[in-house]
Design a protein around this ligand. Structure first.
Ligand code: ASP
Ligand code: MG
Length: 412
């Protein structure tokens, strides 16, 4: 007997047939004696449809009213799932976020969960009911409906699992786990048995879309065992856990490769090399609300230096005009921009205890004749900026170089 929190994403409840299939699946777990709390997303496409409706009236929809609107998507699926369970003879009860009392702050559209009142849920579980909760939503102290940001149902699932001290939080989706890298780019990518919270957080921040970033932060903070599984295929999925729970003997050095095509490179060349210039350049960029990622400053030769950094592609032109103003002010030579770049990152807690990961990475890229434009490292990550046209070649080469490819037999 254990308590499971299961979350089903939009594609898993995208049609009435799929909702019936989810009900059948939940019923099976109930038959095995588990206490069940089920969190559901809106039917796939529904949240987008509601946002489009709002935008057809107000270009920038009123934040409070937008949350009243988009929270209805999940209200549909909780009711339908409960009906499907009742039809099968299982007692079930649905709850919106505010009926549970998932209390959040009042930042509409991106609210953070502050507290969960678990009394209703516990009473239902005790009475043998399946509890079905709307993902993605909460209520603030004043009783306003709030939502947790796109993909927020993952966070609802994890937060409920933490509050109820569930044995596992299972995220059911349309992939059968977390992969070493995107299988659409590297067909030999393999499903990971396990990955740590830290690694998953890096993968999610670097562009892997399997889980909402905040849900991974939350799971790590409260040590909620989190498992990603396919909704309608059997299999163990991928377990996300603490570092200590991994067997270090089996620990790979690199667990995954993330990549991102959305970055652009901005260079300010011929900058007088004086104390304070980096801040004089980057402060106005920050004030313009432009997020800066990788930063590199060259060693100066003739008392001038180049400062290069990356921003989101959408922000490149804004960054260019900010820098042109700064260049005139501090006497820099020119501003150069390039949006044909991509970032490739190796992620792995095993890097902490292994030297030479960077050297192996650079050698593999050199063998494919790929020029590295920028490099940045952290304890469990190495990222390089390269020409966008070599992205796929780079990811495939690195996947092989770090021994992550599936065995040929497995590939068939
Ligand atoms: N329905 C919401 C969205 O599409 C929340 C979720 O599915 O996690 O973002
Ligand atoms: Mg999702």
């Amino acid at each position: 007997m254990s308590l499971l929190v299961q979350k089903y994403g939009g594609t898993s409840v995208g049609t009435v047939e799929r909702i019936e299939a989810v009900a059948a699946k939940v019923a099976k777990f109930r038959d095995q004696g588990h206490d069940m709390v089920v969190v559901v997303s809106a039917m796939s496409g529904e949240t987008n449809r509601l946002i489009d409706l709002a935008k057809s009236i107000q270009e920038t929809p009123d934040p409070r009213e937008l949350d009243v609107l988009v929270s209805t998507g999940e209200q549909v699926t909780i009711a339908l799932l409960c009906m499907a369970l009742k039809k099968r003879g299982y007692d079930a009860c649905s709850y919106t976020g505010s009926q549970v009392r998932i209390v959040t702050d009042n930042s509409f559209n991106k609210a953070r969960i502050q507290q969960i009142d678990d009394a209703n849920i516990r009473a239902d579980l005790k009475a043998g009911r399946v509890v079905v909760v709307a993902g993605f939503q909460g209520v603030d102290e004043q009783g306003n409906i709030t939502t947790l940001g796109r993909g927020g149902s993952d966070t609802t699932g994890v937060a409920l699992a933490a509050a109820l001290k569930a044995d596992e939080c299972q995220i059911y989706t349309d992939v059968d786990g977390v992969y070493t890298t995107d299988p659409r780019v590297v067909p030999s990518a393999r499903r990971l048995e396990r990955i740590t919270f830290e690694e998953m957080l890096e993968m999610a921040s670097l562009g892997s879309k399997v889980l909402q970033i905040r849900s991974v932060e939350f799971a790590g903070k409260y040590n909620v065992p989190l498992r990603v599984l396919h909704s309608f295929q059997d299999g163990p999925g991928t377990l996300i856990t603490l570092d200590e729970e991994l067997n270090t003997m089996e620990q790979p050095i690199v667990s995954g490769i993330a990549f991102n095509r959305d970055e652009a490179k901005v260079t300010l060349a011929g900058v007088p090399d004086l104390p304070g210039v980096a801040s004089r350049i980057l402060a106005p960029v920050g004030e313009a609300n432009i997020e800066v990622d990788v930063i590199v400053q060259n060693v100066s030769s003739d008392n001038t230096t180049d400062l290069t950094f990356t921003v989101h592609k959408n922000d490149m032109n804004k960054a260019r005009s900010v820098l042109e103003a700064v260049a005139a002010e501090i006497g820099a030579r020119e501003v150069k921009c390039d949006d044909k770049v991509a970032k490739v990152s190796l992620v792995g807690v095993g890097m902490r205890s292994h030297a030479g990961v960077a050297a192996t990475m650079f050698k593999a890229l050199a063998e494919d004749n790929i020029n590295i434009q920028m490099i940045t490292t952290s304890e469990i990550k190495i990222s390089v900026i390269i020409d966008e046209k070599y992205l796929e070649l780079a990811v495939r080469g690195l996947h092989t170089a770090f021994g992550m490819d599936k065995d040929p037999v497995e590939q068939q």
